[in-house]
Write a new protein. Structure first.
Length: 227
């Protein structure tokens, strides 16, 4: 049995996401919104996936995101440090505004897509992409279920998207990967090597539907309260 479907789930929101603070490989837990997003993403996957293998980044924000999925499905789960977020070295813990002030040249190289730029003590874009693609290729090859779910980070999802779309490091970023969004690839095989075809990127419709239902319920409660 070969894996034919690859789903990448970004972790829910953390306070550092909300603050615009660089997390990288530091351990930051989900905030209240992130925990709610994780529950909704878990429910969506439980509703749409019958059987799957699950591999999760070993950082706390991804572990917390995976918990509702595992509770809802009973799927087995493994943890793998290879699908952690990019290591941002000395920039980890700083805000993007602080980065701009302290190292405007480095930020410019980052936004320009310089594949060989890496902050002091951190990974270059090239090394990060290679880590992500190699790890995910290994996981797909080793998986014995038709569906593989990875609970991971925005940078990992974007790296996989660049790889599958054949986009260079300097290509303009025209996509987004919101917190707790789901991205999907169809997996085919050429000479026994997996080839990835992206079918959706950064899909957050499950959360938007839930948020809309919540707003509708709140409005109903408000009307009842006025009676």
């Amino acid at each position: 049995m070969r894996t034919r479907r690859l789903l990448l789930v970004r972790h829910g929101e953390t306070d550092w996401n909300a603050e615009g603070r660089i997390q990288g490989m530091l351990d930051v837990p989900l905030n209240a919104l992130g925990l709610a997003q994780a529950r909704v993403a878990g429910d969506e996957l439980a509703r749409t996936v019958d059987v799957a293998s699950v591999v999760c980044s070993d950082l706390v924000r991804t572990r917390e995101t995976a918990k509702p999925l595992i509770a809802a499905t009973g799927f087995g789960i493994a943890f793998d440090a290879r699908i952690r977020e990019r290591h941002f070295g000395v920039l980890q813990g700083r805000t993007y505004a602080e980065w701009r002030t302290e190292d405007a040249a480095g930020m410019a190289r980052y936004h320009a897509g310089d594949p060989d730029y890496g902050p002091e003590g951190g990974e270059t874009a090239r090394a990060f992409l290679e880590r992500c693609v190699n790890a995910i290729t290994d996981m797909v090859t080793a998986c014995d279920e038709k569906t593989l779910i990875l609970v991971t980070h925005g940078g990992v999802v974007s790296s996989m998207y660049r790889h599958s779309q054949g986009l260079g490091f300097h290509s303009e970023r025209t996509w987004s990967v919101p917190n707790a969004s789901i991205s999907e690839w169809r997996v085919a095989y050429r000479d026994d090597a997996p080839v990835f075809y992206c079918e959706r990127i950064g899909d957050e419709r499950h959360w938007l539907r839930q948020d809309e239902r919540r707003k509708t319920n709140d409005e109903t409660v408000d009307v009842i309260g006025q009676g």
